[in-house]
Design a binder for this molecule. Sequence first.
Ligand SMILES: [Zn+2]
Length: 107
Amino acid sequence: MAGKLFEKKLLEFARRGNIERVRWLENINKHILPSHVKRILRKDKTVLQELVLPKWVTWDLLYDWALTQKKEKGRLCVLCDEYSEVGIEYNNKFICEYCFLKLKNLK
Ligand SMILES: [Zn+2]
């Protein structure tokens, strides 16, 4: 479920009294721009090279949080950057039906 890992980590750090990490997580949207969120949702890991993240922030944690930021239904297409509920998974990335059909017609 979206946000579950994020919540778990937040609680874990709070319990350990690791205020710095709790604060960072609570303000995560100040560190990560909406354009970055979109790329995270597309599983574009090159975004990690542009973000300045503490070492303890893992990709899974980031992705889990990004899912909670998603307002539109469906998944983000890697080609057109739009959300869609129908499409295919290719190399662990989502391609919407529209783009998929477009690609198919090119061949
Ligand atoms: Zn698309």
